[in-house]
Design a protein around this ligand. Structure first.
Ligand SMILES: C[S@@+](CC[C@H](N)C(=O)[O-])C[C@H]1O[C@@H](n2cnc3c(N)ncnc32)[C@H](O)[C@@H]1O
Length: 289
């Protein structure tokens, strides 16, 4: 799968890890010598018996079952989705903020098992990364496999986040606001606003109303949710799960752009994108106002 140049770069990183280099040093070296996709392939393939030193320093990938449970896909096809999002994040940050992700302070909101957190090591040192999720199981999964960075459990209805205030350059929430209730969405966007740098960028994904007809789970009820979306700009169906403050905060959600513009005046919609690999994750880039 890898080109020989990439395999040579990984072998050199393995030798430096075996000689005592730190995870930061090894990641710095890999960043300089590998393309993003090759870096991603390495990250999703760990641990590897032929790379014992790198496997001891860098996080092991989540099991295939965990990947499918959180993200509906696994392995290389999922990596294709991950790098697709990461490239558009890097492009939009450069284009909208005139800065690169290199050495940026980054927050992964609703990080799950750390799928996209791992890809961020391609741009910045783990010390500059905050990965938060309100589900203790998700944070435990991250810790068990040695995910690097500042990992912490957040609240389902957060007032603030376990991260520095006002200092985060780039935040993203992938496949989070596609699931959150109105109050969880409101709380998260308000909390993130407190932590973002004045010239920072937040990338979120939302679902368009077409989602309801595309998901067989809503074959019988799609019209009702489309109507709610058309009338209110926000449609939400809770999953049967534990409640927080009397409310099921997680389910399936579609949100219109007008809803974002009208209800969150301290954020400005600065850019939009989507990828052919998953039409139902519409990327929205928000700047603090
Ligand atoms: C579909 S998974 C996506 C995980 C990860 N962002 C990814 O794309 O690989 C949704 C994640 O959102 C988390 N989550 C649920 N409710 C949340 C809330 N109110 N705020 C933030 N995250 C939440 C879940 O625990 C879960 O890890």
């Amino acid at each position: 799968m890898l080109l020989s140049d990439d395999a040579n770069a990984i072998a050199a990183a393995e030798r430096s890890a075996a000689a005592g280099a730190s995870a930061s040093e090894v990641l710095g070296r890999l960043r300089e010598t590998l393309p993003l996709d090759a870096f991603g392939l390495l990250m999703i393939g760990l641990p590897r018996t032929d790379l014992p030193a790198l496997s001891a320093l860098l996080p092991h990938m989540a099991s295939e079952e965990t990947q499918r449970n959180f993200t509906g896909a696994a392995g290389v096809p999922l990596l294709g989705q991950t790098v697709g999002f990461v490239r558009t994040l890097a492009y939009n940050y450069a284009s909208l903020s005139n800065r690169s992700l290199k050495d940026a302070k980054i927050l992964d909101y609703g990080c799950g098992y750390g799928r996209i957190t791992r890809a961020m090591y391609y741009y910045t040192d783990p010390a500059n990364i905050w990965a938060v999720d309100p589900w203790d199981y998700a944070i435990d999964l991250c810790k068990e496999v040695g995910l690097l960075g500042n990992l912490a459990q957040s609240d389902y209805l957060p007032q603030s986040l376990p991260a520095p205030e006002g200092g985060i350059d780039v935040m993203f929430a992938f496949s989070v606001f596609t699931h959150t209730s109105r109050s969880a969405t409101d709380a998260a966007l308000a909390a993130m606003r407190r932590h973002i740098a004045e010239d920072g960028l937040l990338a979120i994904t939302i679902r368009a109303p077409e989602y309801w007809r595309a998901d067989p789970a809503y074959a019988e009820t799609a019209q009702i949710h489309e109507k709610a979306h058309a009338e209110q700009g926000f449609a939400y169906v809770p999953h049967p799960r534990e409640t927080v403050a009397g409310e099921a905060t997680y389910g399936d959600t579609s949100i219109s752009l007008d809803f974002l513009k009208q209800n969150y005046p301290d954020w400005e919609v600065a850019g939009l994108d989507w990828s052919l690999v998953d039409l139902h994750q519409r990327y929205v880039f928000l700047r603090p106002v």
